[in-house]
Design a protein around this ligand. Structure first.
Ligand SMILES: Nc1nc2c(ncn2[C@@H]2O[C@H](COP(=O)(O)OP(=O)(O)OP(=O)(O)O)[C@@H](O)[C@H]2O)c(=O)[nH]1
Ligand SMILES: [Mg+2]
Length: 293
């Protein structure tokens, strides 16, 4: 490590409306899939931390649930509160927007009174010329000076963004060991991964009504590892949808989750999925706590 220059470190909150590409950006910057990405809004429900370690640098990114304007239930409220808290604790904020029109600044960001960089994401989807008036629009509307166009998916602009972040982080000592990329448990990643597959495989309200809890996680020196997870849903009628005709839906889900887990963990796995109804869990404070929200 270079001893001549001081260490820089800090927390960088990634915020923005649902589906703008916050989790995709976190994964790109860290170079590992830490956060679930799906084409559906409100995929991320928890604050997810990813650590980027460099020479004299520790950038700690916090992916957050999308900022919706109208919370519909207790879970939505809790997600919004958690994002406000993340904003309060951050050294720097990345406000992620889409490349179409000047978006309204989320109230949580306004209230935080923190320095923010506007990140115009998904620029691979638009004509480059359309970006100039957009950048101008953000500057004029919010008097913000830093606006960086990127594509989290393709990686365009991510180097420039990282350089900018490095410059802005305060000089202070590291918060975590310099050889880890996350602090979430493996159980948590398994739950997120199963949820991601549910978002991909089921339509309408089913994914929003589902949450996953790993009940047992056994690593075995010989033979397959064993994971038993429960998918909780809000109504009995959703059980039949998840299971599908002749159990095909649940089998397909289990297989998709198992395959990715085997690939990422590099070990064979026996994955058992069960479904249970917990009526209106999204509205029930006690159940939400129990489920780790
Ligand atoms: N074309 C393109 N698509 C992108 C880009 N970044 C993200 N996406 C897509 O946008 C969708 C949403 O991405 P996420 O990363 O899950 O978005 P998010 O902001 O984390 O969403 P929530 O967690 O629901 O708030 C996915 O289908 C991504 O593949 C990008 O730079 N270009
Ligand atoms: Mg997300």
């Amino acid at each position: 490590m270079d001893k001549s220059s001081p260490n820089k470190a800090g927390f960088i909150a990634i915020v923005g409306r649902p589906n703008v590409g916050k989790s995709t950006l976190l994964n790109k910057l860290i170079g590992e899939k830490l956060s679930a990405v799906t084409p559906k809004s409100q995929t991320t429900r928890h604050k997810i931390l990813g650590i980027l370690n460099g020479e004299n640098l520790q950038a700690i990114f916090l992916d957050t649930p999308g900022l919706m304007t109208k919370p519909k239930d207790r879970l939505d409220e809790m997600m919004l509160n958690s994002t406000s808290e993340t904003l309060r604790d951050a050294d720097l904020i990345l406000w992620i927007v889409e490349p179409y029109e000047v978006e309204a600044m989320p109230v949580q960001l306004k209230e935080s009174n923190k320095e923010a960089i506007v990140i115009i994401n998904k620029i691979d989807l638009v004509d480059k010329l359309s970006l100039l008036p957009l950048i101008d629009g953000y500057q004029k509307t919010y008097n913000l000076t830093e606006i960086i166009p990127i594509s989290s998916k393709k990686g365009y602009g991510c180097d420039i963004l990282l350089e900018d972040i490095c410059q802005k982080l305060p000089e202070q000592s590291f918060f975590y060991e310099d050889d880890i990329v996350s602090i979430q448990t493996e159980r948590f990643f398994v739950e997120e991964l199963i949820m991601e597959k549910i978002y991909f495989l089921y339509r309408d309200e089913v994914p929003y009504s589902a949450t996953v809890q790993v009940e047992e996680f056994k690593e075995r020196a010989k033979g397959k590892d064993y994971i038993r997870a429960i998918i909780y849903i809000e109504r009995d009628s959703q059980k039949a949808i998840l299971i599908g005709e002749d159990g095909r839906g649940l089998r397909r889900l289990g297989e998709a989750a198992r395959k990715e887990l085997e690939r990422t963990r590099g070990r064979p796995l026996y994955l058992e999925l069960y479904i249970k109804t917990k009526k209106n869990w999204r509205k029930n404070e006690g159940l939400l706590r129990e489920f780790g929200y």
